[in-house]
Design a protein around this ligand. Sequence first.
Ligand SMILES: [Zn+2]
Ligand SMILES: [Zn+2]
Length: 175
Amino acid sequence: MLINLSDILSKEGETQRVEAMVDMENFTSRLGTFPVQKKTPVHFTIKNKGKKVLQINGEGSLTLLIPCGRCLSDVPVEFVFDFEREVDMKQSEEERIKDLDESNYITGGNLDVEQLVYNEILINWPLRVLCKDDCKGICSHCGKNLNQGPCDCRVENLDPRMAVISDIFSKFKEV
Ligand SMILES: [Zn+2]
Ligand SMILES: [Zn+2]
């Protein structure tokens, strides 16, 4: 969703409140694509501070499904937004990008809600996502989720010499 800023820009000292829906269904970064599970509208308060400077505050939240770093099961991760930005609308888009390296959310006199929310998620991305602190992960041999119980790969994890013995035993059984 885009919020047209021309109205508030023409009224120095005034404040505009806007409730904006977030259209985003998936969040895609170099880490992959993550589905949006839940979202609330973002409540914006946009203040014209004079001299074409806008103060933008926003509050909202969005929940993504991110795979657990150990077992890969989906974990709901909530991002709560409560941000404040100041934008000088006198600057050209190029100047603004140089000043604040993430101000690409102002485009052609509009506030691009999707881009702003995207930036917020990127800034707040968790270092590590686990379904629970003691997640046992998956077996590197068979891929079984070990939180659901042990797998049958124990023999392969033994000392190679023991594996030879277990081969001998299985051959013995066939005779
Ligand atoms: Zn896990
Ligand atoms: Zn296994």
